[in-house]
Design a binder for this molecule. Structure first.
Ligand code: GUN
Ligand code: FE
Length: 441
């Protein structure tokens, strides 16, 4: 198989940069290249060196654009592709009014399959090459998503939602069925190709204690799987959780009691936390996930990145579509920047791009495979154009540094800034839905 050499300005990260003077934290090549063989990165370095080393390689010239590791979305709901932009409600009403009715449609396999194609197109169209995605309660939804991702060689982490109360007919499992269906999916998909399973109790409100107990049993039996759920997003949600679990010390205490915490546990939102909960997060090395566009859209609150980081708690960042309002990790950083501004916390653009690449990969424990341009990594790459709109082009005329360019991408960029996305070395941005718009009903 012939090798491919992508030419452009390459950028990736070794750790979170403090600012542009922190040059050991990042690698930038003004005339760089990435050599790809068999879906993996064989080398990243100066173009001259790599073209001499691989004279047989097919060169794809992406100059003057930036080549970066593909983005990682740490929390997104696959069955909510037709929920995004639903008006007027905060969390619990939003779930009951818009989200639950929509998720019932994923009982139908043809619908799930069509939406899986759209979802993967949307991710790669926005430069996202790995997602940690909630399914619906139906196994078939996760089956459809893993099947579609496998066709594309895409790294997908997903799980069927476990929910056995406080949800409508057609959207509840039982403790036993939730356990059995999750287990069957784990056995079929976990570690197969680039698929990884996340055990997914939706949140405390939609699970009985019996179900959380069985989710805990699954976690104990499959310690190499991820766990994903929601935590302390909204005040009414927290109050309802306290009513349903009167013996728990707090919201996180529910998950703690059932053995759901640990370094592979991803907790969406984690906004309104008590000092005890913060201590438990740190002790268990569980990972809060910041969902900026969603937290603003549902009026949920302000995520305290600096406060959690100061306690040694490592966080990820994510879209949370359909409560999130964009598939773009650039737009996610845009709102993330503003949420941190409201708390006098500064998000430097180099730290921001580190976060959505190496940082999120590190939270997943997958930084040897994704999130960087290091030799041996999977060739998941995004090509970014900071002059993709009139407004960006005009602003770029006054930009002098890499940090300025990144900040323009972070604030003004979206899918239009994504020139191309490579998944396991293959060009993946189609420019339009490969499922065909007529499939959307
Ligand atoms: N909490 C429980 N389910 C959901 C969901 O689908 N979206 C959000 N944002 N929060 C949740
Ligand atoms: Fe969510």
């Amino acid at each position: 198989q012939p090798r491919t050499l992508l030419r452009g300005r390459t950028l990736d990260f070794n750790r979170k940069p403090l600012d542009e003077n922190d040059t050991e934290a990042y690698n930038y090549q003004a005339d760089g290249a990435i050599l790809i063989a068999n879906g993996k990165i064989e080398a990243t370095g100066p173009y001259d060196q790599l073209s001499a080393r691989a004279p047989d390689a097919t060169v794809i010239d992406h100059r003057p654009h930036l080549l970066m590791p593909g983005f990682i979305d740490m929390h997104v709901h696959f069955p909510q592709v037709q929920v995004i932009a639903s008006w007027g409600a905060q969390l619990l009403d939003w779930l009951n009014t818009y989200t639950f009715p929509e998720e019932t449609r994923f009982a139908e396999e043809a619908h799930a399959a069509a939406m899986a194609t759209h979802f993967c197109d949307l991710l790669t169209g926005h430069g996202t090459t790995t997602a940690v995605a909630f399914g619906s309660v139906h196994s078939g939804s996760v089956e459809a998503l893993f099947t579609e991702a496998a066709k594309r060689n895409m790294c997908m982490i997903s799980g069927k939602v476990m929910m056995d109360r406080n949800a409508p007919d057609g959207l509840r499992d039982t403790p036993q069925a939730g356990y059995d269906d999750s287990k069957a999916l784990i056995e079929k998909w976990h570690g197969v190709g680039r698929a990884q399973y996340a055990i997914t109790p939706r949140f405390a409100i939609t699970s009985t204690p019996e179900q959380l107990d069985m989710a805990g049993a699954l976690v104990a039996e499959h310690p190499d799987c991820f766990v994903q759920t929601h935590l302390s997003e909204n005040h009414d949600e927290i109050a309802f959780t306290a009513e349903l679990y009167p013996d728990a010390p707090d919201y996180l205490g529910v998950y703690e009691r059932y053995g759901l915490l640990g370094q592979k546990t991803l907790l969406g939102h984690a906004i309104h936390l008590t000092p005890r909960e913060i201590e438990v997060l740190a002790d268990t090395r569980s990972k809060p996930i910041f969902c900026p566009t969603s937290n603003l859209f549902l009026g949920s609150g302000l995520f305290d990145d600096a406060g959690l980081s100061a306690r040694g708690i490592q966080n990820g960042i994510a879209t949370d579509v359909g409560a999130g309002t964009s598939y773009s990790m650039l737009q996610t950083l845009n709102d993330g920047y503003k949420i941190l501004q409201l708390q006098n916390q500064k998000l430097h653009p180099l730290a921001a791009f580190d976060w959505i690449t190496r940082g999120n990969a590190d939270v997943l424990g997958l930084s040897d495979k994704i999130g960087s341009l290091t030799e041996g990594s999977d060739a998941d790459i995004v090509v970014l154009n900071a002059r993709s709109t009139h407004a960006m082009d005009l602003r770029m005329q006054r930009a002098e540094t890499l940090s300025e360019e990144l900040f323009i991408l972070q604030i003004l960029g979206d899918d239009r800034a994504v020139e191309q996305t490579y998944v396991a070395g293959e060009a993946a941005k189609t420019g339009r839905c490969s499922a065909g718009l007529e499939d959307v009903t």
